[in-house]
Design a protein around this ligand. Sequence first.
Ligand code: FES
Ligand code: FE2
Length: 431
Amino acid sequence: MNAIARVTKDVWTPAAKAPEPDLGNALIPASRYTSKEFMRLEWQRMWTKVWLVGCREEEIPETGDYITTDIGPESLLIVRGEDGKARTFYNVCNHRGNQVKFDKTGNSRTLQCAYHFWEYDLTGRLINVPDEQDFSQGCPRDQLSLKTIHTDIWGGFVWFNLNPDAEPLRDFLGIIPDHLDAYHFDKMAMTQNMTVEWDCNWKASVDAFNEVYHVQCIHPELLYNNDDVNIQIDLYDRHSRYLIPYQACSPRLGYEPHEVPEIVADYMHSIGMDPAPWHGRVPEIRRAISKFKRENQDALGMDYSDLNDDQVSDDYHYYIFPNITLNIFAEWTLFFRQRPHESDPNKMYYDVQFYNYMPKGKPRPPLPDHDQFKHGEKSLGLVLDQDSVNLPHVQKGTNSSAFEGLWISHQERRIRHMHKTLMDYIGENGK
Ligand code: FES
Ligand SMILES: [Fe+2]
């Protein structure tokens, strides 16, 4: 996993291993995944204090475009203003509490409540109250305009923070922009957008993607294109990553395939590369793919010049605390967002979005329809179906009086790191 050193660009993802913090080896209490009291503490002390992704900029490109998004018990309204700025408001009318918008997306020049037609402008200011003279107490605009939430942009994503005293987004993201600006997420186009209702705690879903211990068990086919052993894990202040070599076989196979594995051959064909000369030279393929892609980047419509050789072939897998997971490849990114249920620690919402880099000169495709369904009603594809099958059973088991907590291995230490960050927010008297 040695990246080629390079000094000519200031946008460049560091590949060096971060120092290992000592996180101990204590049991992680099961109650963090099941208790309503812990869920309440998470809401009060963590979810309402962190920066969260609300939507993509491309979902609200024009003045008056809006999108509603739910996080826990709150509904938020993100709106593109006449000045081009994205703003986030609590989605609640200050007359009698109706939600200002019920639909998922739309466009309107003003934000009019559907109950008694109180009307707000795109900055959230109350501009019209029918029969205003009938309110003997008056309708003070400062008190009754929509409540605004801190909003900022990074990576083409619109972020919000429910904390009125929020630190700047850049401070919260820490190393993330320095590491990931090289991928130019703002140039990606969303190509799939799904929400799955899962019967598990949001952290059980986060955990499922922050370790590769399970790959040998539930994704055996990935052992032919995925080195799940030689993985670099880096734990930062709040966030973490692992770097997964792709188009490389796992040492767990116990032998070196002579033939190019079918899954790798299919990939080579997809980029116009002939696998035939690589039979008997399978360990050389990963680097050859990076080289081929660089040499043919114009034909592929790509620009790999900001990425190191590992990035051109591999998955740089980043976790942005608390609920964003990014499987980042040179040409596409798989985005997961785990959102807590409004009241039940045993349920959550799992958002899955695919993003593709648009080949040069190719127009952005129209936004995909958003599809929401319960786990099991539709397939998410082989690998994500494999990932999800255990989770309702994990949640059932975690609720058992016989289960005390998570017994975490070294290779699963991103889970322990996530809990450390979480408990830094929750504080001493959380469990
Ligand atoms: S609740 Fe919105 S106008 Fe009455
Ligand atoms: Fe998995």
